[in-house]
Design a binder for this molecule. Sequence first.
Ligand SMILES: [Zn+2]
Length: 203
Amino acid sequence: MKSSQSLLIIMKNNSRNSRTTHTPFFTSRLDRRAFLAASAGTAIGLILPKPVFAAKVVSRPLRFYNIHTRERMVVDYTPGSYGGSVRQALEYFLRDFRTGEMHTLDALLFDSLYAIQNNCEVQTSFEVISGYRSPSTNEFLWKTSSGVARNSLHMQGRALDIRVSGLPTKTLRDLALNLHQGGVGFYPSSDFVHLDTGGKRSW
Ligand SMILES: [Zn+2]
């Protein structure tokens, strides 16, 4: 496929094959709160009137545009059940566009995008500046650009550089910081936000 061609894929996250499960961070937080509430109730002899359940997680479309390949993609994403055709489509879409190499991607990245979209007042289309980077590409960028880490989490499929069309990048940064997850880097001169699933930090 020529890089100038647009690609529109609508994927449904309903494959039972090769699905992996993970605990979305916001439901795990709710579960922990419910656990603590139940523990406190037990400690002081109270019986909770009803079991406390985590919020229901529903699938929602995540829209993407890759500024380098000019491809577009929509995936129907459900936090906690990243796998099957959705996983394959995202790994291809977020490949190293310079070398064509693909890598596994951390599902928590997409949980973050899902949460940002839910807290966003505009219909989001995530513009991808950088997804997976092969070691050779990262080394090249480290030597020729500023603001590139030599041991970047992009090389582990645990980082994305994004902006949202129609949304100030500063607002996107604030939405990402409000998740209290991983790393959030703000690059106003290049107009994007770096998200990763490493330790909680910001710059
Ligand atoms: Zn980055």
